[in-house]
Design a protein around this ligand. Sequence first.
Ligand code: FE2
Length: 619
Amino acid sequence: MVSTIIYLDFLISRLIKNHFEINSKKYVLSSSFNLFYKFKSNYLDTNMTYILGLCTMDTSSAALLKDGKVIAAVEEERLSRIKNDGSFPHLAITEVLSIENIKLQDVSEIAIYWKPWRVFTRGLGTVKKLLVSTNSRKGIQPRLEELFFNNEKSMNGSWSDLFRIKKILRTQHGKFNCRIKFWDHHHTHQMYGEAMKDWKVYASLSYDGGGEDFSTIVSIVKYGKREVLTRHKWPNSLGHFYSTFTGFLGFKMLEGEYKMMGLAPYGDPKYKDLILDKVIKLLPNGNYKLDTELCDYHAALRGFFSNELMELFGAPRKDVNKPTQKHIDIASSVQSAFEETLIHILQPVSIKFPEINKLVICGGCALNVTANGKLLTSTKFKEIIIPPAPNDAGCAIGAALCSDTNSPDFESLRSPYQGRKYSNEDIQTAIEKGQGLIFDQVSDYDLIERTAEILASGKLVAWFQGRSEFGPRALGARSFLADPRSDAIRDEINVKIKKRELFRPFAPSVTEEKAADYFCLNQNSPYMNIVANVLSGDIPAVTHTDTTARVHTVSAQSNPKYYSLLKRFGEITNVPVLLNTSFNIQEPIVYSPDDAINTFINSGVDFLVIENFIISRAV
Ligand SMILES: [Fe+2]
């Protein structure tokens, strides 16, 4: 019996020609061993690690890492089509798993961007406020209910979701047995931000509305060893300060901050000293104290402002009213006070570590691109880096990095292009669904030639190429593009696409090697998050009223197609700069070909260039 089995095994082995080599001599493998080996590598191999990182409240997102490499990272809003979607990221989880064609049960560890049990420190502070201030009760009470008891009705996810996350995940994504690990919020911000550079010695700042206990952390990193230099306890929060005034000036909080930032250069910062005297005070050793009674963030979220704030700055603006000069001056003063406080927070770095001149910035406040630029002109920092998603969305990658014990794959981590890649067949299917469209399928060479010529002739182009961006900026994968040489094109864009406030500036993309000809910036800005002075009068459409611009530098490595387009546009016009604004109309940036076709149809844009198709409208 045994000899029959061995003989059969030998025959099968000869038939399927399995062999291995030692010193160039071939040895036949036992078919049974081969089958066992195949089974082991397919089903039992424990070397491969998938880490799923999650951000579950406020710009929710999911990221998938495989052996240290980012496979995909997607914000929930891109799929739900709800701006700043903060609900549990079910769609984003499904998307990143589906891009890799795996299921939740294949994941080795789930990494969360927040330690929910530490939130009780915050809870105590909140209860204290509830007891002493009527105004606070108006804001905090509904928020507490929303966070702990009412999350079914809430748009945002809640801390309570994190306590029952296993059940939530199992209900929607099937059974899984891997470990769930919770990480410190600011640490996840910093892990993602710090992965952007190979620097050996640098400072690392994370600041936002607030983490579990702290709103700001400044760390020093030297040859991989890190120490916390200073930290600022929540609710002492520069983020809350900025957001409260965003609401006071009639913009939607946690969304309209960039509008207040865009308005600021039109004003005179005449209230800055008043703000620094009454609202946010600078204290020794880089500390500051926000008067949270006067500047009550949670009450402001519900539309309530303290009497003291109104005595100092007048009545809050209603969003239907045009901003008055006073509102514009307040915006300017808030921006200026924000910048001064930021510089003050970083002072201990200069004093204790004068040799450090590199800085990583992350957290929601890092989206204040004007303040980022100010650091380069007003402090001793010579180089700064902010990741493509410095807000909470980026914490999904940061949390996954905290969990991953593999060496990080920096090339994938530094790419902002983390969404799904669509094929030309996918595009064709989407085009066929659209009505009244004419399209040409062209070669890569013709695509660049024709698009550059269209842009140089003053036409608007919707540009959809490759994987979509992760983070709030359009970086040449999902962008509306235009010629920046004519100021009139800004009005045309606002009429045909954006329908937005005229005070908000449009940003430029420029080839990396030509950036110094146009902007006063001694470093690259690959993720469009640094403001710099404009040196040339050739690009009025992307020059803000204070002669600055939010610069996006493009290299041949980071985005070859977009780089080629910029270069070709430069050869035709002598200006290798394009106006680049996000491909969306009052909704999240487009993600799929269907989104692109729908948005194009609803816009007045002349051409949609989507992968190798150039689409226009039937006359
Ligand atoms: Fe954050």
